[in-house]
Design a protein around this ligand. Structure first.
Ligand SMILES: [Zn+2]
Length: 62
């Protein structure tokens, strides 16, 4: 199992594809990552099912 899998997600604000480096040792997690293109805060959800990372993102709500 790759402990730092890299995944590509689409920014929910600017729709650019950005790469995220995950920390598999942290397991299922949720954190905020600033988009590398538009710098807006993206809520990143990660779960590890069958050792494969499943990632989805959503915009931060006011
Ligand atoms: Zn963006």
């Amino acid at each position: 199992m790759d402990l730092q899998p890299e995944v590509s997600v689409q920014c929910p604000y600017c729709w650019e594809t950005i790469d995220l480096l995950l920390d598999a040792s942290a397991g299922t997690q949720e954190y905020i990552e600033d988009c590398s293109v538009c710098c807006r805060p993206i809520i990143v959800h990660v779960s590890f099912l069958y050792d494969e990372p499943e990632v989805w993102v959503e915009p931060e709500m006011d």
